[in-house]
Write a protein that binds this ligand. Sequence first.
Ligand SMILES: [Zn+2]
Length: 266
Amino acid sequence: MLEITFLGTGAALPMYRGSNSAYLIRTDTACILFDCGPAILQQLDAVTVRPSELSHVFISHRHGDHALGFPMLVLAWALEQPPDQPLPTIVTSILTWASLETVLKHSYGDDIAVKCLQALPRILLPHDVPAQLTLADNIQMHTYPMNHSAFAPVLGAKFEIGATILAFTADTMPCETIVPMAKDADLLIHEANFSAILQPELAQGPYGHSTAQIAGRNAHAAQVKRLALVHLGSHLQGKEDIMREEAQREFSGIVSVPVAGVTYAF
Ligand SMILES: [Zn+2]
């Protein structure tokens, strides 16, 4: 079994049916959460997944729309984790972990949540070079530095699950690591915060983000099978067809703009 569920596909500011970007990868042996914005407990609840069911949590970077749900996840584990159930493993960069730890300690002080934080298994990675790790039997994860923010360096990630490859850019403007990361992926989940059609002045991807055109070009160059556009800016609500068309001008495979709650099975 391999499924990916889109818990949210919005950008920094949530919009109707577009809460912050987060994804759930479920296999027979793992339940991996990718990013956790402020509404993550509600997003998990919407697909009837308890925080205690997570086996791994990956956090791409420390911007609030990707990380501010972390204290609430820790609180949920502290209060509800069944004693016979192992805590999930946190995977993130060393730099992002320092922020997560600080936010949790400033939120809950020296109490049960801090004890839970200290007990969390964690794998801390460099933010500026690629890394590889084994998450579970048959699940390899590769992280790659993206190009988003000097303050909040981003790790994109590729998951090799059996013969299936899922690749995630998280937040990024064009950079040379996207295509190697996404090479031959069954699904590339690429941010598209802007539109080159609707905002031609942003076609080169400034402000740390990408357009649907850039996502389409990367999907074509990496020869992926399918492209999902996510992290659409709130100004693009209702413009999903234009975003899809913008990417399809560059990429002949399947392009989708998923909404929260949608699951793809492989
Ligand atoms: Zn960001």
